[in-house]
Ligand binder design. Structure first.
Ligand SMILES: NC(=O)c1ccc[n+]([C@@H]2O[C@H](COP(=O)([O-])OP(=O)(O)OC[C@H]3O[C@@H](n4cnc5c(N)ncnc54)[C@H](O)[C@@H]3O)[C@@H](O)[C@H]2O)c1
Ligand SMILES: [Zn+2]
Ligand SMILES: [Zn+2]
Length: 380
């Protein structure tokens, strides 16, 4: 089968890879209809993780079940399914609590596993014709049959639940205001989620990316272009003070409008933009080690965080990978009912064979490349 392979920094190619197959009786094999390129893939693409060469990337996957192992009971061949990016066993202490991003059995020695991802276990990704899905009964979310809402349902594997999770981690309640840093796909879907959850005001901050900030506005948020001045002052001026909640949808590669990396800048701006006793949700990724970081502290995964102000303001912070399975069924039903349309940010649909071009353009944040989805079945 064909798959998108990581060869080294800024070098990915589609070529023949071993077929995905049923390896355990609880596995399924899914024929991928749509698989997305994620901002998380870009950390690997840029050589800013320890992902091994030869890995098939792709953790945002959906498709049709083609084969099931003998012990698979609820999922059937022919089902249309979305696969949470976290691979979870469904039976460990953390999975029992719904904390599927921290499964204790899928990646022994570490909490949490994912498809095609650095440090998240030996699993290949789904930017390929087929994908092996472990513990298939637990990890497949069944979708209505057919092809309707494909671009919306494809966001259920990661970024719609992740955006929602960011707002939940910030503990937002209906009627409250929220400021989201990052107008990438995750930030845009955090804004979409906050609107659905009843935010009174939503602000989305980014560096001068007019295409992304325009989408934020379409999603019902007030765009804040940080190249036009201090984002905190812009928000507090417009809002008449600090906001109730904040979300980091940027992560450790945060930079200023000139492109200079400042890994702590978003966390610190959030502390200052959010009210005393307010909540901050961090879904942007941070790493325990980052040898490619701009300063010595950050190379060791440490940040110059304004902890004193955070403490004095009595704020709370929630962090981590999204427990996708905690949200995806309800978010599916919001899409089916026409109450959510997370596919609004898709800018490009490409055949798998053109994936390398998609990586290049999305990585450069070329104007208009807001979210790339790949269709392995589409002719090149
Ligand atoms: N926690 C999870 O489960 C989870 C899941 C998916 C993605 N992520 C992470 O979420 C982050 C965002 O993902 P994405 O797909 O939207 O990526 P992306 O790279 O497309 O978007 C990030 C956006 O942040 C902007 N940005 C950079 N510095 C900024 C700053 N100082 N202030 C404001 N905006 C700034 C960039 O211009 C870009 O538009 C990444 O770190 C990704 O790894 C986490
Ligand atoms: Zn992702
Ligand atoms: Zn588990």
């Amino acid at each position: 089968m064909r798959g998108l392979v990581y060869n080294g920094p800024y070098d990915v190619t589609v070529h023949d890879v071993p077929d995905a197959r049923v390896e355990a009786p609880t596995d399924a094999v899914v024929r991928i209809t749509t698989t997305n390129i994620c901002g998380s893939d870009l950390h690997m693409y840029e050589g800013r993780t320890d992902v091994e060469k030869g890995k098939v990337l792709g953790h945002e996957n959906m498709g049709i079940v083609e084969e099931v192992g003998d012990a698979v009971g609820t999922v059937r061949v022919g089902d249309r399914v979305s696969l949470p990016f976290n691979i979870a066993c469904g039976a460990c202490d953390n999975c029992e609590k719904g904390l599927t991003a921290f499964c204790l059995r899928a990646n022994p020695g570490q909490a949490g596993a994912a498809y095609g991802y650095a440090s998240m276990g030996p699993y290949d990704g789904g930017q390929a014709e087929r994908l092996r899905v472990p513990w298939a009964d637990f990890n497949c979310l069944t979708l209505p049959p057919g092809t309707e809402h494909e671009l919306d349902y494809t966001m259920l594997s990661d970024i719609f639940p992740t955006g929602w999770h960011g707002v939940e981690l910030a503990k937002m309640r209906p009627g409250e205001s929220v400021a989201i840093w990052g107008a990438g796909p995750v930030g845009l879907l955090a804004a979409h989620s906050a609107r659905i959850m009843g935010a009174s005001e939503v602000y989305v901050v980014d560096n001068q990316h007019t295409d992304r900030l325009e989408l934020a506005e379409k999603a019902g948020a007030t765009p804040i272009d940080r190249s036009k001045g201090d984002p905190i002052a812009q928000i507090t001026d417009l809002h008449g003070g600090e906001v109730d909640r904040g979300v980091d949808a940027v992560g450790y590669q945060a930079h200023n409008p000139d492109g200079e990396e400042q890994p702590e800048i978003v966390l610190n701006e959030l502390v200052h933009a959010v009210k005393a006793t307010g909540g901050i949700g961090v879904v942007g990724v941070y790493l325990p080690e980052d040898p490619g970081a701009a300063n010595e502290l950050a190379k060791e995964g440490k940040l110059a965080f304004d902890y004193g102000t955070f403490f004095f303001k009595g704020q709370s912070m929630g962090t981590g990978q999204c427990n996708t399975k905690n949200y995806n069924a309800r978010l599916r039903d919001l899409i089916t009912a026409g109450r959510a349309e997370p596919g609004f940010l898709v800018s490009h649909e490409l055949p798998l064979e053109q994936a390398a071009h998609g990586y290049d353009q999305f990585d450069k944040r070329v104007e208009g490349w807001t979210k790339v989805v790949l269709h392995p079945g589409q002719a090149a």
